[in-house]
Design a protein around this ligand. Structure first.
Ligand code: SAM
Length: 243
């Protein structure tokens, strides 16, 4: 590409740290660094609370699990376009994607966020409160498969507008099947990490996560129950609209 990234010298400073925002950037996409900076930092509006959450999460050893700012903005845009009222999240971590989605909900909207970690979701709760969206989010601690099965048993079939799947990769197929039951016709299921850092196209890669995602990608592509598209944002976001 022509020219240099404007980072780090001219990058906007995080309000709590005298460092450019790009300092906290993780490599999340297959784009060259400068282009990724342009997309996720220069071209993306991030609220101060989202920025602060990204900064705190960056200090954790598993920080790369957090979605990028541009993906948060993209999912918020989808939720706004749909006028979504009822959303589901499988894999919450420190709460960034949940916060991005919850802030974009239509009036009276709610999000059910599923995770197994009390420790990580404590951080999430702090930032949801700071952002004033805590009352829109119900956190369900426990294996997501059980939570989704319980929602189905309780009669929540066809009631969700949007679901985001971003937990253990070998569990995705089970989450996809349950989300297809829970999401209404015309609703959307978004599945993260569909590219597995490019490993999906490496025929020599037979890691369990790669195999699971490769198989699910092909299944969704051929699934007559949905219209689908693999969007090359972040590590790949596979979108499936229930017919
Ligand atoms: C990639 S992170 C989620 C990142 C989050 N969406 C964000 O943007 O910050 C994956 C999360 O899935 C959770 N997880 C793993 N296995 C799970 C399971 N069986 N049920 C529910 N959550 C699970 C982990 O605790 C972790 O917080």
């Amino acid at each position: 590409m022509k020219g240099q990234s404007r980072y780090p010298s001219q990058a906007p400073r995080h309000p709590n740290f005298n460092e450019p925002r790009a300092f906290f950037r993780m490599k999340r996409t297959l784009l060259p660094d400068a282009v990724e900076d342009y997309v996720s930092v220069e071209m993306t509006r991030e609220t101060p609370v989202l920025q602060a959450l990204r900064t705190e999460t960056a200090a954790l050893p598993d920080a790369e699990m957090q979605i990028g700012a541009d993906q948060g903005a993209f999912m918020a845009l989808l939720v706004r376009l749909m006028g979504a009222q009822r959303c589901l999240e499988i894999g919450t971590f420190t709460g960034y994607s949940a916060l991005a989605v919850a802030a974009a909900l239509a009036k009276g909207g709610t999000l059910i966020a599923c995770d197994v970690s009390e420790e990580w979701t404590q951080i999430a709760r702090t930032y949801w409160t700071q952002a004033g969206v805590a009352d829109r989010i119900t956190l369900k601690l426990g294996p997501a498969r059980d939570t989704l099965d319980q929602l189905i048993r309780e009669g929540a079939r066809d009631t969700f507008d949007f679901a985001f799947i971003d937990a253990d990769k070998t569990g995705y197929d089970a989450y996809y099947e349950r989300c297809l039951v829970l999401v209404r016709p015309g609703g959307l299921i978004a599945m993260d990490n569909a590219l597995q850092d490019g490993k999906v196209v490496d025929p020599a890669d037979h890691a369990a996560n790669t195999e699971a995602i490769r198989a699910l990608n092909a299944k969704v592509r051929d699934d007559p129950r949905v219209d689908s598209c693999l969007v090359t944002i972040g590590d790949g976001l596979l979108l499936a609209r229930k017919r």
